[in-house]
Design a protein around this ligand. Structure first.
Ligand code: ZN
Ligand code: ZN
Length: 247
């Protein structure tokens, strides 16, 4: 399984880098996880978007779905050379209005997921965990059947204990680490300190800290995370184009 970072800022794109989006590939299967602002342009550098097999949206905040509309147009305006006749877009049905909006002509089709049912997507078995966020949001665990390797994406969330189990022993963990450790007040994302503890307790093997802030010094965010993880290695900041292969 390969994962490539296509965008990593929280909230809005900044300095040439988009918001949430990750290309996950196994064999010739191409899965896009989130489709934030700037993600389609970045995806085009690596893959013809018509070769996508599926898109999964962690939730319907704009920084995770801003480019869904233009991806739908990409499919609408290019009828030839599609890998699949229709692109399935998986989303939660807690928000029915946003879910229905994933249907576009016969070009894209809204497909439901929920916590209680494993999603079988050819090389992957995918499970979901509802997180703590102002809108329904789901962490996503992707198991590659052939290798038994797992990738876990926390989606957007404040820290809660249930995350530890869900992330346990992840081969790759991608976290929402939007805040430095000294963040005060209401937090709907994790701080570096909380991510560090999550890494320590879940024993995740390799971590990309993502949903990054546009302010401060990102190496501080990384150092804080490493400190609270118990000085684990294999923790890195998301970078545009960063690709990890865990086969
Ligand atoms: Zn977000
Ligand atoms: Zn969000």
């Amino acid at each position: 399984m390969k994962v490539r970072v296509l965008g990593y800022y929280g909230g809005y794109p900044y300095d040439g880098v988009g918001t949430s989006g990750y290309l996950i590939q196994s064999g010739n299967f191409n899965l896009l996880l989130d489709c934030g602002s700037g993600v389609l342009l970045e995806l085009e550098k690596y893959l013809d978007p018509l070769q996508l097999d599926a898109l999964i949206l962690s939730h319907y905040h704009h920084d995770h779905k801003a480019d869904v509309g233009v991806l739908e147009y990409y499919w609408q305006l290019n009828k030839e050379n599609r890998k699949e006749p229709t692109l399935p877009i998986y989303g939660n049905t807690d928000d029915e209005y946003s879910f229905e909006g994933l249907n576009w002509n016969n070009d894209t089709k809204a497909m439901p997921y929920n916590e209680n049912k494993k999603l079988n997507l050819d090389p992957f078995t995918i499970t979901f965990l509802k997180t703590k966020h102002p809108v329904p949001s789901y962490a996503v665990k992707i198991l590659e059947k052939s290798t038994k390797k797992t990738l876990v994406f926390t989606s957007d969330t404040k820290y809660f204990d249930g995350l530890v189990d869900f992330c346990s022993d992840a081969d790759i963990l991608i976290t929402d680490t939007n805040f430095y450790e000294d963040k005060k007040g209401i937090k709907w994302h994790m701080t570096s300190k909380e991510t560090g503890k999550l890494i320590r307790d879940s024993k995740a093997k390799c971590v990309i800290i993502s949903h990054l802030p546009q302010y401060g010094v990102l190496s501080d965010l990384l150092n804080e995370t490493v400190k609270y993880s118990g000085n684990k290695s294999n923790i890195m900041l998301a970078k545009l184009g960063l690709m990890l292969d865990i086969n």
